[in-house]
Design a protein around this ligand. Structure first.
Ligand code: F6R
Length: 241
């Protein structure tokens, strides 16, 4: 695990986008694992800028997102499919059919979860996995737990996550309390992982990830066992390192 601390979120976004650019230059049909949330927005903006300049070509790239709220249609403006279209896919030359977000509205969520893992396997696995981190150390929506959950799974969101994300909904009642999340096993099988964190609110989780024991109570701590993980933080998120 290597850790880089950046002075500003803008510098972090530029550096993260460069990791993607290098990966896609090396393997044009790269399989990316992608995250939503506030943290990667600057990186996605930078990727779109590099794409406009002709410096990254997404035409053969395939993507698999980490998670989706249970019960939100892809057209809902707080669904993660909507987020990805709005923040990245609509601004780059990716083929929409090559982009995948877990389905949160199927009749059988566990069948959808299994099918998602099979689809990622069939694509050859994730080449480069982008992660944010929750205040509680979650990655994807894999919340603190007694054990690491291997496969894509249906998660009950914790109070910490509900508090962090309810601001995007008119009221807390409107926010789904369950999500479908790519599992820890799928993340760990990614050939490379890049985890981004911004702001003081993430400082404890970053400290526990980097300095703590591997412990399912801080799911991101499993990344210590990953052979190729880069952690990029701003000075606030890195303030307890
Ligand atoms: C989102 C995801 C989550 C977020 C995390 C941080 O797809 O998987 O793990 O990365 O909750 O969210 P932000 O960036 O909004 O602080």
């Amino acid at each position: 695990m290597v850790v880089h601390v950046f002075k500003t979120p803008e510098e972090l976004a530029q550096a993260a986008a460069m990791v993607f650019a290098a990966q896609i230059a090396k393997k044009p049909d790269t399989v990316l694992g992608l995250a939503t949330g506030s943290t990667p927005v600057g990186t996605y903006r930078e990727l779109a800028r590099l794409n406009r300049l002709g410096l990254i070509d997404f035409s053969e790239v395939r993507t698999y997102n980490l998670d989706e709220y249970i019960g939100l249609e892809p057209t809902h403006d707080q669904s993660y499919r909507y987020f990805m279209n709005d923040n990245l896919f609509n601004h780059i030359n990716i083929k929409m059919e090559n982009t995948h977000v877990p389905c949160g509205t199927g009749a059988d969520h566990w069948a959808d979860a299994r099918a998602y893992d099979e689809a990622v396997e069939a694509a050859g696995g994730i080449d480069l996995q982008l992660l944010g981190i929750g205040h509680n150390g979650h990655i994807g929506f894999n919340e603190p737990n007694d054990k690491f959950i291997y496969g894509t799974n249906i998660v009950k969101l914790t109070r910490s996550t509900i508090d962090a994300n309810k601001i995007y909904f008119p009221t807390e009642d409107d926010m789904p309390k369950e999500a479908i999340s790519f599992g820890i096993g799928g993340i760990m099988k990614a050939k490379a992982v890049i985890l981004l964190a911004l702001g003081k609110g993430k400082a404890q989780a970053i400290h526990d990830t980097v300095h703590g024991e591997i412990d399912p109570k801080c799911p991101a701590s499993i990344l210590k066992a990953h052979p190729n993980t880069i952690i990029m933080v701003d000075e606030a998120a890195g303030s307890m390192l």
